[in-house]
Ligand binder design. Structure first.
Ligand code: GRF
Length: 208
């Protein structure tokens, strides 16, 4: 059984998609054992509570150094036997110490087709604003393993989403979530729980 720890900072719709796909049996051999939020009062914590999943707040700024924060997070996950860490709308940067410790065991979702509209500064609505400003006709979402460089780790799954002339950043954000994020995040976790992905020289390969 793969034990999953989810890191959140907001509404948690991606967390919800993962919970739903574990409960409906699409993702097998996996359970979410803890949800860690960077902030108090976010709706993602409420979602965890409703499904009887532990929810805690651990905020980087309440530790005197980044290393102390990473040590506390590592201890929290180790104590629970976590084997996969899922960043689901998590807004805190995780440094080298943490990502090296969990190499190829941390995944993130980014609401664009990496390497477009990604990296430092591209988060939330800004990603969709940039896509519309460029006039791309297709955007999408990417699930990738996390390395110390923002949005640069090995790509696991991508899904394209059409951009329409009438889109606002908010409308496009919603379509990318509905048509891509909520599907490919559970799909990536399913593949990992079934040991169907491996990373070779920075490239993800499927094992069938
Ligand atoms: C999503 O758009 C995700 O791609 C990005 O942050 C947002 C989180 O939304 N990394 P939610 O908290 O899962 O609803």
């Amino acid at each position: 059984m793969l034990k999953i720890g989810v890191l959140v900072s907001g509404g948690g719709t991606n967390l919800q998609a993962i919970i739903d796909n574990i409960e409906n049996g699409y993702i097998k051999n996996a359970q979410i054992v803890t949800v860690v939020s960077s902030k108090e009062g976010v709706y993602a914590l409420e979602r965890a509570k409703r499904h009887n999943i532990e929810g805690v707040v651990m905020s980087k700024k309440s530790y005197s150094t980044a290393d102390e924060y990473y040590d506390a997070l590592i201890k929290h996950f180790e104590d629970r036997g976590v084997g996969l860490i899922v960043l689901a709308g998590f807004m805190t940067v995780l440094g080298e110490k943490f990502v090296k410790y969990y190499e190829n065991k941390i995944i993130n979702i980014h609401p664009a087709l990496i390497p477009s509209f990604c990296g430092d500064g591209f988060y939330g609505l800004k990603v969709h604003e940039a896509a519309l400003a460029k006039g791309v006709k297709v955007t999408g979402a990417t699930v990738h393993f996390v390395t110390a460089e923002t949005d640069a780790g090995p790509i696991i799954i991508q899904k394209a989403v059409e951009v329409r002339d009438t889109d606002t950043p908010e409308v496009l954000q919603k379509r990318v979530m509905e048509e891509a994020e909520w599907k490919i995040f559970p799909e990536a976790i399913k593949l990992i729980a079934e040991n169907k992905v491996k990373v070779e020289n920075g490239i993800v390969r499927r094992i069938d």
